[in-house]
Design a protein around this ligand. Structure first.
Ligand SMILES: [Zn+2]
Length: 319
């Protein structure tokens, strides 16, 4: 299988998974257990009519139906094709730039560990997308998604080592070093977020940040390691601060925003840009700082603003 065929297949598969994620986003948070099942046929949320397969083709059906349901003319949100396109784009990116090497070589050879890592990263991306939109809708990050994600991240540490290796000591087995990288990532990601949550609760005298955010960060740490978890938390605060600032300008400073989507965004940046980020942070940045001592002010400003944003973000109550 040629590289281009593999990349296009990954994108098409991503569009189908995106279609499934639309069902996950809609059904998982339902209060009524009978509506929570993912097994039933797709039904129109307004009239209950069964949606036939040719009206359920990712992106294309939405375009052909001109964003209206065939059964009752109910407008279909552009978010449905958006989630499908987003998943397709991220799976395509994963195939073009696999963080753990190409799963299929140009001559058709399958590299087992890279293929397993590729599969795990597809699930990781799918979980981040589902959690992002569920958090936007409900301000919840359901356990039914985060807990299996944590388990999967640690299992991924057993063989392909999705969180990297914790040390280069060759006298310790490779599996132990990759598993430790996942477990330490889990502990740091969950632990630091838990500490921030506890501090926020003490300062604001009310429940700050959800425990869902803690479990999400534990999952991200299990997949990305402890450095990846800290980078994700930092990026999540910066992204959240930018979006939170825009929301505050438009809707007033009482408005609250969910934190999960920005953590997920940070995790994706770290997943695809880890090499560049580590090089920038640990090589280029210190050198640049030695050459421009006044830049410390810029770094301090960004850090303080992010911290303020974080405190402001967690001020909102959350289930
Ligand atoms: Zn309908």
């Amino acid at each position: 299988m040629g590289t281009a065929v593999f990349e296009i297949s990954a994108a098409l598969f991503g569009a189908c998974i995106g279609s499934f994620l639309n069902a996950v986003i809609h059904r998982v948070p339902q209060e009524d257990p009978s509506q929570r099942s993912l097994l039933g046929r797709s039904r129109c949320p307004r009239c209950g009519g069964i949606i036939r397969w040719f009206d359920n083709v990712p992106v294309l059906s939405w375009l052909c139906l001109r964003a209206r349901a065939r059964c009752c003319g109910e407008p279909i949100s552009p978010r449905y094709p958006l989630v499908e396109l987003l998943t397709a784009a991220l799976f395509f990116l994963l195939a073009v730039h696999p963080p753990f090497g190409a799963p299929i070589l140009a001559d058709g050879t399958v590299v087992a560990a890279a293929a397993v890592a590729f599969g795990l990263h597809m699930v990781f991306i799918a979980l981040l997308i589902a959690l992002t939109f569920i958090d936007f809708d409900t301000r919840l990050l359901p356990d039914v998604l985060t807990k299996p994600g944590i388990v999967l991240g640690v299992l991924g540490g057993l063989w392909p080592g999705v969180a990297g290796v914790i040390s280069n000591d060759a006298s310790v087995s490779h599996e132990l070093r990759t598993t430790l990288a996942s477990v330490i990532g889990l502990a740091v990601g969950g632990g630091v977020t838990w500490a921030v949550r506890a501090a926020g609760t003490a300062v604001f005298k009310k429940e700050a940040m959800g425990f869902g955010d803690v479990k999400l960060m534990a999952m991200i740490g299990a997949f990305l390691g402890w450095q990846g978890a800290l980078l994700t938390l930092f990026l999540g605060c910066v992204f959240g601060a930018v979006v939170g600032g825009v929301v505050a300008l438009r809707r007033g400073f009482g408005a609250s925003i969910p934190f999960g989507p920005y953590l997920a965004m940070g995790a994706l940046v770290v997943l695809f840009g880890r090499d560049v980020l580590v090089r920038t942070l640990f090589d280029d940045w210190p050198r640049w700082q030695r050459e421009n001592p006044s830049s410390l002010l810029l770094v301090l400003t960004v850090s303080v603003l992010s911290l303020l944003a974080l405190l402001w973000l967690i001020r909102r109550g959350r289930r």
